[in-house]
Ligand binder design. Sequence first.
Ligand code: ZN
Ligand code: FE
Length: 255
Amino acid sequence: MIQISALPAFTDNYIWLLQDQSSKCCAVVDPSDAAPVLAWLGENPEWTLSDILITHHHHDHVGGVEQLKRVFGATVYGPANEKIPARDVALKDNDRISVLGWDFDVIDIPGHTLGHIALYHQGVLFCGDTLFAAGCGRLFEGTPQQMYTSLTRLAALPADTLVYCAHEYTQSNLKFAQAVEPHNRDIAQRVEAVSQLRANGKITLPSNLALEKLTNPFLRTAETSVKEKADERNGRDNQGGSEVFASLRSWKDTF
Ligand code: ZN
Ligand code: FE
């Protein structure tokens, strides 16, 4: 049985901590900073850090890797097509790895960065900065078409999949979602729920794919009202999901 919890880092990053109770081994996903992980391990000395999983090369995802590797000798897994510090295992699309006894499938999801990967294990998804709760990552390296294809791939996973993304952006993403779909009741409900969580200082993650499909504009490009809004913003007749996506993404960049 593996337990997943969040170690907050910097202003809005989460480092996901995976704990295997039987072996007392743990793993972290995207350790932006070594300090919160070292602090947790200091308070929980019976646990050993055995594995480090990386979704993409940005500093706020790999900043703690070298120090953690030096202290614990953990195995570092990261995308094959990016420069990842201290990487031991280079991951390619459709690879399968075993971490803490869990099988993870590697899914290539270029867009935010060109080598970005997601890791999926039966209803659990670590997707870094690609799919966010109610939003998606910026296109720093890839094209809108690449990101659209990547999001489509993630959206095809089972609806009850839990989405463990790397940032607490849900509240601001929902403001944009409401601008795109002012009459969407699921979004309105989610705004309420998320405001309450944030007011109590609570995390809004993980999300799940079913909820994302109801409230995330970037997964809703096939909805007529979303297409029409994108057309209106863009002053053109967007053809197909990828163009609607591109219009929404560039609107969000300046929202
Ligand atoms: Zn990033
Ligand atoms: Fe990030």
